[in-house]
Design a protein around this ligand. Structure first.
Ligand SMILES: [Zn+2]
Length: 413
């Protein structure tokens, strides 16, 4: 006798089809072990299974956030770089768990998380979304990853003074070594700082970072390891230079214009906007003691955020879903859904957080979709999130079921 893995059947579900961004009624979804074994649209009885009657509620693929920093446990990078890694890991545990409670079953870490955290989640020490990590972000001297105050001349710790978040590399040789080092230590993708940032003290937001040769070298190393590069970039110039060098995803991209959007389409790049962080920082930044220069940069990118979504949509740039939150602001993760409403429809926003993000992770057909053979990451939502996206907010309170890889994170049905 062969033993079959345990089966769970979700009946009478209103299924979100992430390929068409539509809801389909009367769905039955059969989960066997870690995968979806079948999706049926008639009332075929399935025996020998645990039955969950969804009672007409919405059934969605587990959500994906393509830009998080689970080890940014406090919003002060200098202090963070002097915090023991063990304490950061303990704090990251809480951040990961809360993400899962909000329905995020997969996240892409945009710098900070290491292979230890990936394993802690895989082995079940920590409850959290599966992680796709970038390791340390690669930054030029004085770039967005260089968080040293002006008076500090030296790199003041063995990890280049940046803790877990970043590494400084200048010149083609150094950036190649830095990229190879990330890949060697388990990075799934490479992160590069290709332009100015809000939270770094000395770089102009519309400046560019790295020479084309350096950017190209980093992309070559990623391609050699069968992966890709994600680039932090705001300005049209930094976006254009990045995608022309082979970068596949543009992070933030708030100052995108039509010409740079067309360049993204030409090179098959995806935009990963992160509106949630500007919204949170506008409320919290002054309390954090951010300088006037940093708050001015923040105002500028916040205003342009929604506009960049409108431009990307009109030109046809694929739009992913990211949040980029720090410290206790992680609670605002699901605000990203409603912050996009001025530019995008609710169903499109859900598609960003499922299908588009799965594709940028190279996980099309496995994640972000309810289909035969996909990993059984599922959430049940009380109501229809394609008409009211705020149902995904409030820390998952309107999500009676969260399932990751065939296992219930919770089941209140
Ligand atoms: Zn980030």
């Amino acid at each position: 006798m062969t033993s079959r893995p345990p089966r769970t059947v979700f009946r009478n579900a209103h299924l979100f089809d992430s390929a068409t961004a539509t809801m389909r009624p009367n769905a039955t979804v059969v989960v066997e072990g870690e995968v979806i074994a079948d999706v049926l649209f008639d009332a075929t009885p399935v025996d020998d299974a645990r039955i969950v009657d969804v009672a007409g509620r919405a059934l969605l693929p587990g959500l994906i956030d393509a830009h998080v920093h689970v080890t940014s446990t406090i919003p002060d990078f200098l202090k963070l770089s002097m915090t023991p890694a063990t304490l950061i890991a303990a704090q990251a545990k809480d951040i990961l768990e809360a993400m899962l409670e909000r329905g995020f079953t997969t996240v892409r870490d945009a710098a900070g998380a290491d292979h230890g955290l990936v394993e802690a989640v895989e082995r079940g020490h920590f409850r959290g979304p599966r992680l796709f990590i970038a390791g340390q972000a690669i930054s030029q001297t004085g770039g967005h990853g260089d968080t040293r105050p002006l008076a500090v001349k030296t790199l003041f710790c063995s990890c280049a003074g940046l803790g877990l978040l970043g590494t400084i590399a200048d010149g083609v040789g150094e950036v190649r070594r830095a990229a190879r080092e990330q890949i060697r230590s388990g990075a799934h993708q490479i992160k590069v700082m290709a332009g100015g940032g809000v939270s770094s003290p000395t770089d102009p937001i519309d400046g560019t970072q790295y020479s084309l040769e350096e950017l190209r070298a980093i992309c070559e190393e990623a391609e050699a390891a069968n992966t890709y590069v994600m680039a932090h970039a705001y300005s049209p110039r930094s976006i254009t230079r990045a995608v022309q060098s082979g970068v596949r995803t543009i992070e933030h991209g708030n100052l995108l214009d039509e010409a740079s959007a067309r360049e993204m389409v030409r090179h098959g790049a995806t935009l990963v906007p992160t509106l949630a962080t500007y919204d949170s920082l506008a409320r919290e930044g002054a309390k954090l003691g951010w300088s006037e220069a940093m708050m001015t940069k923040l105002d500028r990118v916040k205003l342009q955020g929604v506009e960049s979504l409108r431009i990307a949509k009109s030109v046809g740039v694929p739009i992913g879903f990211g949040t980029d939150l720090l410290g206790s602001m992680h609670d605002d993760q699901s605000n990203e859904f409603s912050l996009r409403l001025p530019a995008l429809g609710a169903a499109e926003i859900l598609q960003s957080a499922t299908r588009v993000n799965a594709r940028l992770l190279g996980q099309e057909g496995r994640l972000g979709v309810i289909a035969r053979g996909a990993i059984a990451d599922l959430i049940v939502v009380d109501g229809d999130p394609t008409t009211d996206v705020t149902l995904l907010q409030r820390q998952g309170a309107r999500m009676p079921v969260v399932m990751k890889a065939g296992r219930f994170v919770r089941n209140r049905l």
